[in-house]
Design a protein around this ligand. Structure first.
Ligand SMILES: NC(=O)c1ccc[n+]([C@@H]2O[C@H](COP(=O)([O-])OP(=O)(O)OC[C@H]3O[C@@H](n4cnc5c(N)ncnc54)[C@H](O)[C@@H]3O)[C@@H](O)[C@H]2O)c1
Length: 271
């Protein structure tokens, strides 16, 4: 159902790699809600070609940008404003990558070169996107910026290794930048802490399937899907959430507030 919540709004959506990507669903939903936006991803991800299908379906221009590169981000904002004919109302940061996770390096023996790369791609990129927008004055008053996070930023999840620390930094950037940008231009900045979701990045984590089932059994509402995450992001981009900022908002079917579910206890008692 469309409520036209984003009618007349201009956005930038990062991170749509294929149709399983959370950003892909956000783009589809934002399009349904009447937004226009540009799509962006790392130039290397473009080679897979999938994003062109999304661009066609949503009438969006693709502007390649490595989110670690300030020049690329500058071009992204400048071209986006030019193509859409004005300043930006919403930005989705949906970028995550850990070389340590990819290579199965244990947390107690992290490779620091990989760690730095993960920080740059997954957390500093958020600061860079905000700092460039700020410098160019590219965001409209009351614009909304959302980045995707995970509960391992708040509690220990051994399999999430360095991404736990990186997400903690991401959430901190949302708070600190949210203060400055809020004061200066009423721009809202939040992170959404999403349930485990079957995507390329999600499934790259060792033991993901078992953990997905664990979280499913733990959450009173079950795991939140990528589609429902898109609904939530659209609500945050809309004018209905103008006083929500500097928050880490759990979108997890109640997982984060559940100590233990009866379902988990039953499973243990019957094994
Ligand atoms: N899947 C999950 O279980 C889950 C749960 C909570 C939060 N998240 C977060 O959601 C976000 C999106 O991930 P996803 O699960 O949709 O997976 P995904 O693999 O579809 O998306 C990750 C995206 O990051 C992009 N990217 C990587 N390096 C980049 C760079 N240098 N510049 C620009 N883009 C770059 C990739 O090309 C890809 O499109 C991530 O921040 C992830 O940590 C995922």
């Amino acid at each position: 159902m469309s409520y036209q919540l984003l009618k007349g709004k201009r956005g930038i959506i990062t991170g749509a790699l294929d149709s399983s990507s959370i950003a892909w669903k956000v783009a589809q939903r934002a399009h349904e809600e009447g937004a226009q936006f540009t799509l962006t991803n790392a130039p290397i991800a473009m080679r897979m070609g999938e994003i062109h299908k999304l661009a066609e379906a949503t009438g969006s221009k693709i502007i390649p940008a490595d989110a670690t590169n300030v020049d690329d981000i500058t071009t992204l904002y400048q071209e986006s404003m030019q193509v859409m004919g004005g300043k930006i109302d919403f930005v989705l940061h949906s970028i995550g990558m850990s070389v340590n996770i990819r290579k199965n390096v244990p947390y107690t023996a992290l490779n620091y070169e990989y760690f730095n790369k993960g920080i740059d791609v997954s957390a500093l990129s958020f600061h860079k996107m905000l700092a460039v927008a700020h410098k160019l004055d590219a965001l409209n008053t009351h614009a909304s910026v959302v980045a995707l996070s995970y509960i391992a930023a708040q509690r220990a999840y051994p399999f999430y290794t360095d991404m736990a620390d990186i997400k903690a930094m991401l959430e901190s950037i949302a708070r600190t930048f949210g203060y400055h940008y809020g004061k200066q231009k009423q721009v809202r900045i939040n992170t959404v802490s999403q349930s485990p979701t079957r995507t390329v990045a999600g499934s790259g984590i060792k033991g993901f399937d078992a953990f997905f089932e664990f979280a499913q059994a733990q959450s009173p509402l079950g795991n939140a899907s990528a589609e429902s995450c898109a609904d939530f992001c659209v609500a945050l981009f809309s004018d209905l959430t103008r006083m929500v900022t500097m928050q880490n908002l759990y979108h997890d079917g109640g997982y984060s507030s559940t100590g233990v579910s009866q379902q988990q206890l039953d499973l243990i008692q019957h094994t």
